[in-house]
Design a protein around this ligand. Structure first.
Ligand SMILES: Cc1cc2nc3c(=O)[nH]c(=O)nc-3n(C[C@H](O)[C@H](O)[C@H](O)COP(=O)(O)OP(=O)(O)OC[C@H]3O[C@@H](n4cnc5c(N)ncnc54)[C@H](O)[C@@H]3O)c2cc1C
Length: 492
């Protein structure tokens, strides 16, 4: 259906690569004609903008954008691509395309918010209407605070404060518009900032050639290997949402079983890139009749863990680089590139850790229970700074998320939002016995069959552990004591 009014709106897509339940897109279509824009952004020298995508996420974004382009085209909406500084490109695009308004879904990391505020001012100064919309979160972070405090620092009170809030109904895809004419398309392509998706460099990348596994990050890897495990794009995401009952069935009891591919939903990259909105997920979970209520509630609680990560990220200046507990700034981490390389390449000799790192490298994803065990091993048994692990995950996870990744790393490292921080040191052998008793998961990812010798039964050989779990645990606790004695304590 074509629209009568003349109004033209630019919808700037970011981490919201969908057409359903998209408030900015729906509002824009209600006003008149729409043009979409996606920018491969770089961070400015003064640190404004989103964190540059890691290798696996770049591959995902590229594929997902291809699908979004097709979905939008079916609605009569062109999607234009650009690369560079959004502070330059968005005002330029708005002027060149002569749009009346610009709309986008909000983002919440401080450096991206500051950039968006600057762009909003520039557009308004140029006489354009600018509207930001909700869409990435169920709860806007500034709408929730504890009595007498600025923001929640512990999950359970946060969850109790927001769990019963209404989030409204999901929106259908907007109605079809009249497609741009050939002449209009040619005019779009003529602007200096417009690129083809394939020219954004999302699949480019260079091997640093330094010889270490951790630095040899080749994005082509993701294209050839990880691609076999995923089908990015909002169309496929909608199909997965329809099968959500598989992931929810038995969730309360079995979500910690890494060998079972249905023990969790596997929807994290869909949320990361906004192929599905959290509101769609919540509505779907509440709607599945055949799922037991404790499974449903346990899963919904996890959705709110994601909200909590963003709540913290919104309120903290630099969650990716600064410990939430300030005393950890002086934690005596060790500089051990060789051990880091063993960890990245999954050659630590600790089965669960190596299996997890193999799953990550081969699929761009790792089960949550194993993420916790591998992260604990790096930061506590190897005493390597959580930054290094966070960065490796950032580069290798298809769901690498600006909030969930650093907040989870800080949680495991003991410097984050956890009521019982440092003393929880996951023993990866005990974790394996408990959550993978038949060794199905480690067998799958280490290329050994279930029933092979357990870690304890093996001795010597190439896969001798690089560190003794018991003595390294004691060393970690001693390092913690040293830090505590040196710091005066914190008010976090
Ligand atoms: C060291 C470490 C790093 C992590 N990095 C990321 C990351 O970069 N991106 C990311 O999305 N998650 C991250 N997580 C959280 C969690 O591991 C993943 O969200 C989860 O494994 C995704 O699988 P799923 O979609 O099947 O989850 P499900 O169990 O089906 O849960 C549904 C959704 O809830 C959210 N969720 C589930 N568990 C958590 C959690 N512990 N914390 C926050 N949100 C959660 C996710 O959005 C997930 O898609 C990390 C966890 C750890 C311990």
């Amino acid at each position: 259906m074509s629209h009568d009014r003349d109004s033209l709106t630019l919808v700037w897509f970011r981490d919201d690569l969908r057409v359903e339940d998209h408030e900015a897109l729906t509002a824009a279509c209600g006003d008149g004609q729409v043009i979409g824009l996606w920018i491969r952004e770089c961070r400015s020298d003064d640190g404004l903008g989103p964190r540059p995508l890691g290798g696996a996420a770049r591959w995902w974004a590229h594929e997902s954008l291809r699908v979004l382009e097709t979905e939008l085209a079916q609605l009569g909406i062109p999607l234009l691509f650009a690369a560079g500084s959004a502070a330059d490109i968005v005002p330029q695009a708005a002027a060149d395309l002569k749009v009346d308004a610009v709309r986008w879904s909000r983002r919440y990391a401080p450096a991206a918010r500051r950039l968006d505020a600057q762009i909003k001012t520039d557009l308004a100064d140029a006489g354009r209407a600018v509207h930001s919309h909700t869409g990435a979160l169920l709860v806007e972070p500034w709408t929730v605070s504890p009595q007498g405090g600025d923001f929640y620092k512990v999950f359970t009170p946060f969850f109790n404060a927001v769990r019963d809030r209404s989030v409204g109904d999901s929106l259908p895809a907007p109605r079809t518009q009249s497609s741009p004419t050939k002449a209009q398309r040619q005019a779009f392509a003529g602007h200096s900032w417009v690129r083809d998706l394939d020219d954004l460099g999302l699949l480019d990348g260079t091997d640093t050639g330094s010889g270490s596994f951790a630095s040899a990050r080749t994005p082509q890897w993701w294209r050839t290997t990880v691609a076999g495990h995923w089908n990015p794009g909002c169309r496929e995401a909608a199909g997965e949402l329809a099968c959500l009952s598989d992931g929810l069935d038995g969730y309360a009891d079995s979500h910690d079983v890494p060998a079972d591919p249905d023990s969790t939903s596997g929807l994290s990259p869909r949320l990361r890139f906004g192929e599905l909105s959290p509101r769609q997920l919540l509505a779907a979970a509440l709607d599945i009749p055949e799922v037991r209520d404790d499974d449903r509630q346990a899963w919904i609680r996890q959705l709110y863990w994601r909200e909590f990560s963003w709540h913290l990220t919104y309120h903290l200046p630099a969650v990716e680089s600064e410990p939430m507990r300030p005393e950890f700034a002086s934690f005596p981490y060790e500089d051990d590139p060789e051990a880091l390389d063993h960890w990245c390449s999954g050659t630590t000799g600790i089965d669960l850790v190596d299996a997890g790192m193999a799953q990550l490298w081969q699929t761009g994803w790792m089960h949550n229970r194993v993420r916790m065990a591998t992260a604990s091993f790096l930061t506590k048994n190897l005493l390597i700074h959580w930054w290094h692990g966070e960065q490796w995950f950032w580069d290798t996870l298809v769901d690498a998320d600006e909030a969930n990744n650093p907040v989870s790393w800080q949680w495991v490292a003991g410097c984050g939002a956890d009521a019982a921080p440092y003393f929880r040191i996951f023993n990866p052998e005990r974790q394996c016995e408990r959550f993978d008793p038949d060794r199905e998961y480690v067998g799958r990812w280490l290329g050994r069959g279930p029933g092979d010798l357990t870690q304890a039964e093996r001795s010597g050989g190439d896969d001798e552990p690089i560190v003794d779990l018991r003595t390294s645990r004691q060393a970690a606790l001693a390092a913690y004591d040293r830090m505590k004695n040196e710091s005066a304590g914190s008010n976090w």
